[in-house]
Design a protein around this ligand. Structure first.
Ligand code: ADP
Ligand code: ZN
Ligand code: ZN
Length: 677
């Protein structure tokens, strides 16, 4: 009897939805050949790392098999539950298994030489940032309110898999609830996995957990070195740490005694991977919890309509925290009508007067504008010239400090012109305002009050984010200007006024999810105001003060908005009332991507039974040209996920064949896309 190894090519991964047959390496003990071990294999003219998926007694092809070269592990790199989750994910997202496993594999295990002993034993000095030691004493928490206690009890009393949606306004004490639940699980010898949107931005959160739980923590996020990540991964897999806090990909951490998963800010877009293996960490976490038969808790002040719909269907159990913890009161929200207003660099004079009052009372002010740079476009007053990107259907942003034009889509940078490239006159003007411009304007207006600006430009240097946040926390900075980087998670106790400069952005967007995003962002930003004893105030600048969405939000808050939005989706049939898959194609030649999508559509159409899946397009993407390539898409929509999957299964291998040989064509399939861009 012969033994055939079915192996996925993992590193470097290949773009094929296929695995390959090999003979075992010569002289290897066959009992070691269990699914999940890595092997070095010959592949074409290269050597690659593969992962053993299964063994068989018959090869699937006629040509003689090659021998794998070397067995790299004595035990599987993924424990069985995680391995089967990853294989399930490859099927569900119709993504090449090798690339799925590659994504989940820590970088040192992707390298062809074995990780040296040294990196394994050096935990303590090289990885201080990823493995946080336990403080000697646990800091006691506040006495939980009865609402908080109800949540803790509900999770404790659940048996097996159960998903809880914790809807709690910002500052209502959700984090306290997470910590209590996790504390109980650890006391029972279990492990906890906590996924958060962007840990690098919230070092305080890690610290809070560490002090409260008094156990070692593993932190997993993109700001760490590969070695540090690997050390944390190993400590979790060994069971030497009980708590893993991390971003999206921390979902793939082996945790042998996993007892609870918490997803904080479940609505956050960063749980979705945008490239390559396009998974949604929240959705996969649900599958993981279900397979591990454990509870999972999704928390948010602004849950997605998907999750709220799951509550309606009885799949999730809703738990609520409706009051802010301690003495904090909800902020007072008001609209500032921008029409007929004198503006100072995009800020209404009436609003600046209120800013002044807060500053004079020694309070902090947060100015929110989700647009970095000085101005989104440089335009000529005389002719039609404006700063368009040559490679994208987009404007280049003017960055005044560096006197540059930068495309935020493709990264192109050029020196900004001083005279108009169109007509040669000195008639160029920055139009609109970004954070840089607000910074200049507010320094000029309020020179006595120290100001910090937090956006991707001001925090690009390592450690800069922490330094700026510290200036805010210490109270030294009085004015804080920020993009969405400051909208989430942060606790700014001295901020009493939040100004949303552009509260119209998103109200009129092209995507069916735009208003949901807008409402979430607005509520999250507003939640930064008045987190402590002092009453908070929020001012929304708008040119459409009569917009119904704004009124619903102001009148009934996010729950009222969500109710209305869900009713609208039910009528329009968009998710959560249908399932989507988006096939994207791009090429330097517009015709190539369109021709591919037309053929793809014909194939898919032939696979659809009884009209159970609707196929729309092909159509150009909302931003058709990006980085010099033309983008187009085909949208598949179905009332039932299973009908959609039934088409995707035979379709994706056919697409692979269809695209084969077209070098300039890139295509990708996005199952459950979070936007249609
Ligand atoms: P969220 O995660 O919902 O934004 P947090 O858990 O961070 O809320 O709580 C907000 C603030 O209220 C924190 O400073 C926290 O310590 C405090 N807090 C939470 N629960 C209580 C409680 N039961 N009693 C007193 N203070 C509390
Ligand atoms: Zn001109
Ligand atoms: Zn560009």
């Amino acid at each position: 009897m012969i033994l055939v190894l079915q192996i996925a090519v993992v590193s470097p991964p290949i773009p094929l939805r296929q695995d390959f047959d090999y003979h075992p390496p010569l002289g290897v003990d066959c009992t070691l050949l269990v699914p999940g071990v890595r092997l070095l294999i010959p592949f074409g003219r290269t050597k690659r790392i593969g992962i053993l998926l299964a063994t068989a007694t018959e090869p699937r092809i006629q040509t003689p098999l090659l021998h794998a070269l070397e067995l790299l592990d004595t035990t599987p790199v993924f424990p069985p539950e995680l391995f089967s989750l990853l294989r399930w994910a490859a099927e569900y997202y119709h993504h090449p298994i090798g690339d799925v496993l590659f994504t989940a594999l820590p970088a040192p295990l992707r390298a062809q030489k074995k990780p040296s002993k040294r990196t394994r034993t050096q935990h303590h000095n090289t990885t201080t940032e990823s493995l946080l030691p336990a403080p000697s004493l646990a800091e006691p928490g506040p006495r939980l309110s009865s609402d908080q206690q109800t949540v803790v009890d509900a999770v404790r009393e659940s048996r097996g898999f159960q998903c809880f949606l914790l809807e709690g306004v910002t500052g209502s004490g959700k984090t306290e609830v997470y910590m209590e639940i996790v504390r109980e699980k650890i006391a029972q010898g279990q492990q906890a996995l906590i996924l958060v949107p962007e840990i690098g931005l919230t070092p305080q959160l890690l610290d809070r957990f560490r002090r409260r739980l008094a156990v070692p923590l593993a932190a997993l996020h993109s700001g760490l070195t590969d070695a540090a990540r690997y050390a944390a991964w190993r400590a979790a897999a060994d069971g030497t740490v009980s708590v893993v806090i991390g971003t999206r990909s921390a979902l793939f951490t082996p945790l042998p005694r996993l007892g609870i998963i918490v997803i904080d800010e479940e609505h956050d877009l960063s749980f979705k991977q945008w490239e390559g293996f396009r998974y949604h960490a929240r959705d996969l976490a649900l599958v993981r919890a279900q397979r591990s038969k454990i509870p999972i808790l999704l928390g948010s002040a602004t849950p997605t309509l998907e999750s709220l719909h799951n509550v309606e269907l009885g799949r999730f159990r809703l738990l609520r925290l409706q009051q802010r913890a301690g003495a904090a009161q909800p902020p007072v929200v008001r609209l500032v009508d921008l029409r007929n207003q004198t503006l100072y660099h995009g800020l209404a004079e009436v609003l600046l007067n209120i800013v002044k009052e807060h500053l004079e009372r020694d309070e902090q002010v947060l100015i929110f504008l989700n647009r970095r740079g000085y101005a989104p476009v440089l335009r000529c007053d005389e002719c039609a010239w404006s700063s368009e990107c040559r490679r994208c259907d987009a404007r280049m942003t003017f960055h005044r400090r560096e006197w540059q034009l930068r495309c935020h889509h493709c990264g192109t940078q050029t020196q900004a012109p001083r005279t108009c490239p169109g007509c040669g006159k000195v008639t160029l003007h920055p139009v609109g305002a970004g954070t840089e411009r607000l910074e200049d304007a507010l320094i000029k207006r309020f020179p006595a009050y120290p100001l910090v600006r937090i956006d991707r430009d001001s925090t690009s240097r390592r450690g800069e984010m922490e330094r700026l946040l510290e200036e805010v926390h210490s109270g030294q900075a009085r004015i804080l200007i920020g993009t969405q980087m400051v909208a989430k998670g942060h606790d700014f106790p001295q901020v009493t006024l939040v100004v949303v400069v552009h509260a119209d952005r998103g109200l009129f967007g092209p995507d069916f999810r735009d208003t949901e995003r807008f409402a979430q962002l607005l509520v999250q930003v507003s939640g930064r105001a008045g987190r402590a004893e002092k009453l908070g105030q929020v001012l929304l600048q708008t040119r459409s003060p009569d917009h119904p969405t704004l009124h619903t939000l102001l009148g009934g808050g996010y729950p009222a908005f969500a109710k209305e939005a869900l009713a609208e989706r039910a009528i329009t049939g968009w998710p959560p009332y249908s399932a989507l898959a988006l096939l994207r194609a791009e090429s330097a030649d517009r015709e190539v991507s369109m021709a591919f999508l037309h053929k793809a559509k014909a194939q898919a159409t032939a696979l659809v039974q009884n009209g159970s899946v609707e196929i729309n397009g092909p159509m150009p993407s909302p931003m058709e040209r990006r980085v010099g390539r033309y983008r187009a898409q085909l949208l598949l929509q179905s009332e039932r996920r299973t009908d959609l999957q039934r088409v995707l299964h035979p379709w994706t291998p056919a697409l692979e064949t269809l695209a084969a040989g077209r070098r300039s064509l890139h295509w990708s399939l996005d199952v459950d896309p979070v936007d249609l861009l």
